[in-house]
Design a protein around this ligand. Structure first.
Ligand code: ADP
Ligand code: NA
Length: 320
């Protein structure tokens, strides 16, 4: 079994990525799991090239620092030639209607000055990511199941038209881990791509900045310290963050505090403590570019080698 997960370098990694995904990947991942930094996917909207390069590097360092095994991680663009070739084959297996039907395309195209063709074909590149590595399972949130369904259809169609090459993947629901909300607007998810960063705790923020962001978190005027996600979302978010950091339940924690200030201080300290080792190891890796380059090159070589056979068979069967 190979499970494939990715993180897009569209911004700096944050507390939500850590508590909701990265920490779980490092703790619960099994030997066959694979992780990659999806920098090619970050090019589907307007972006800055040098920022993309440094964010990809940073995310790779974060994944390694979190404890994911170096031989299970790679950067997507290190396989750009293989993925480009396979994407073309798959694009010629996919109908325009299928691509145009993707609901995420419609959402993401909305509000883009220029809608890049890559935004439309991105699910096909995602299919190439999955099929090249022969992934059997792709853990996804609700918003990505349609894309994994497309990868499934394309694999099946290719196999039945040209011959059995691809493992047919299936989407698995990512376990519902902590969902961290933005500290200055608890109605929205903490996200890399939020313009206003005041409510986003980045993994590399220094401890004082983390404390300031937590202390300024939006709560409410109810002065009732209970875990009520629908009526007191800001407070519930703080309780959930603390609960995720210390491994307890938010309801239990709510019982122990009587003032918002006292709770915020506890949250700030717990987050600082949770992030300290990750931050230190990430900075250490970023400080030694040669070492990081070597790890990266080894991961890329391994992923390329795993995919080589699939790619060669697919090209040959497609008539190339
Ligand atoms: P972002 O929305 O910050 O760009 P991604 O879409 O790249 O994050 O998600 C990478 C991983 O981090 C996914 O597994 C996603 O479920 C998880 N994740 C992202 N934001 C949060 C959040 N606020 N709370 C919990 N998990 C999150
Ligand atoms: Na995002």
């Amino acid at each position: 079994m190979t499970r494939l997960s990715a993180i897009t370098p569209s911004g700096h990694a944050h507390l939500g990525n850590h508590l909701g995904a990265i920490r779980r990947w490092a703790r619960e991942g099994s030997a066959g799991d694979l992780y990659f930094v999806s920098d090619l996917h970050a090019m589907t909207v307007s972006y800055n090239p040098s920022r993309l390069r440094s964010l990809s590097r940073e995310l790779l360092a974060v994944l390694l620092a979190a404890g994911i095994k170096p031989d299970r991680v790679f950067v997507q663009s290190d396989l750009v030639r293989e993925l480009g070739a396979l994407s073309w084959v798959l694009e010629c297996t996919c109908s325009f209607g299928e691509a145009a039907r993707m609901t995420q395309f419609k959402q993401r195209a909305d509000g883009q000055g220029m809608v890049r063709l890559g935004l439309l074909t991105y699910p096909v590149l995602m299919a190439a990511d999955i099929l090249l590595q022969g992934a059997t399972e792709v853990p996804v949130g609700q918003d990505q199941t349609q894309h994994v369904e497309l990868a499934r259809s394309l694999a099946r169609r290719f196999n039945s038209t040209f011959g059995e090459v691809f493992v047919v993947p299936r989407a698995v629901m990512a376990p519902t881990a902590a969902r961290v909300m933005d500290l200055s607007d608890p109605t929205r998810k903490m996200s890399k791509s939020t313009q206003d960063n005041a409510g986003v705790v980045f993994l590399l923020d220094d401890p004082d900045l983390v404390r300031r962001k937590v202390m300024r978190a939006v709560t409410d005027n109810e002065k009732r310290l209970e875990y009520r996600p629908t009526t007191q979302p800001g407070l519930a978010n703080l309780l959930e963050i603390l609960a995720a950091c210390v491994g307890r339940s938010p309801i239990e924690i709510a019982d122990e505090y009587s003032s918002y200030g006292e709770l915020k201080e506890a949250v700030a300290e717990a987050v600082v403590a949770e992030l300290a080792p990750l931050r230190a190891s990430t900075l250490e890796l970023l400080d030694d570019p040669k070492e990081l380059d070597e790890i990266r090159a080894a991961g890329a070589a391994r992923a390329r080698e795993w995919g080589r056979h699939v790619l060669e068979s697919a090209l040959r069967m497609a008539g190339l």
